[in-house]
Design a protein around this ligand. Sequence first.
Ligand code: C2E
Ligand code: MG
Ligand code: MG
Ligand code: MG
Length: 279
Amino acid sequence: QAKQSGRNGMRFFDQGMQDSLSARARLEGEMRLALERGQFELYFQPQVDQHGCPTGAEALLRWIRPDGQSVPPSSFIPLAEETGLIVPLGRWVLEQACSRLHAWQSDAATSGLVLAINVSARQFQQPGFCGEVHEMVKRHGCNPACLKIELTEGMLLENIEETISSMRALKEIGVRFSLDDFGTGYSSLQYLKRLPLDQLKIDKSFVHDLATDSNDQAIVLTIIAMARSLKLDVIAEGVETEAQRALLERLGCHRYQGYLFGRPMTAPAFQAQLTRKAA
Ligand code: C2E
Ligand code: MG
Ligand code: MG
Ligand code: MG
């Protein structure tokens, strides 16, 4: 029977697989159109220091459907990575980020803010990536020292030598690097110390139950100790409550990002929050 169905390749796929394949094909087509039609938007979530003062923001992608519905990245980034659409999409993000940085740097009140962007493995490993960053930074006239790239552990393991040399090339123009979702991967100290990183970002899964879970406290403490011994800055994501923030501070983490300080918001909303804080 297997032999028989083998003659017709399509028979290997059951109806469920067919349906999900066509749903993915549809989503891919919609993403392409959305990019052409300007339906993506960058949101900004504040990152703050120990006094609650914004030091910058993380740029987070949103897909705003024509009906106003906002599609979260978790439902399109994985497919964009698989299909390669993440390359033009990521290029768009970088373009927007440079333009935002330029705007910030034209105003004394915001000129020191650092903007962090998420870059997928597939985008970072594109041969022309460094050159593209170079070119965009120049064209927008923004200071690359205020640009931070968030990478994830998994992707760094894949191609460590090439990754290190690309990171070095970007560091030469001042770009900084943060290791996102830290603690969820498999990085050893041994290998972390080879990477020219500036920051570890504690994953929000360790922050969520921090006040009650002693395992999470132990993990966070270990991450902070690792950061210290590697001379890296450390920031916690997903900080929602004052209890979490206070505990993080007690454990030695003095940079925070999370709903406690602001949700991801549009550029004008971010600007308005800064102005309110300053007043
Ligand atoms: P991430 O880089 O780890 O971003 C942090 C995520 O946590 C964001 O989800 C943010 O909205 C959410 N978050 C922030 N504060 C809190 C909090 O206090 N509590 C909780 N529960 N969540 C919080 P978001 O915006 O849905 O993004 C999900 C992921 O999608 C990001 O995780 C990142 O991996 C990816 N992503 C977002 N934008 C881009 C992009 O421009 N390019 C690429 N390649 N990936 C992106
Ligand atoms: Mg991130
Ligand atoms: Mg993260
Ligand atoms: Mg995360």
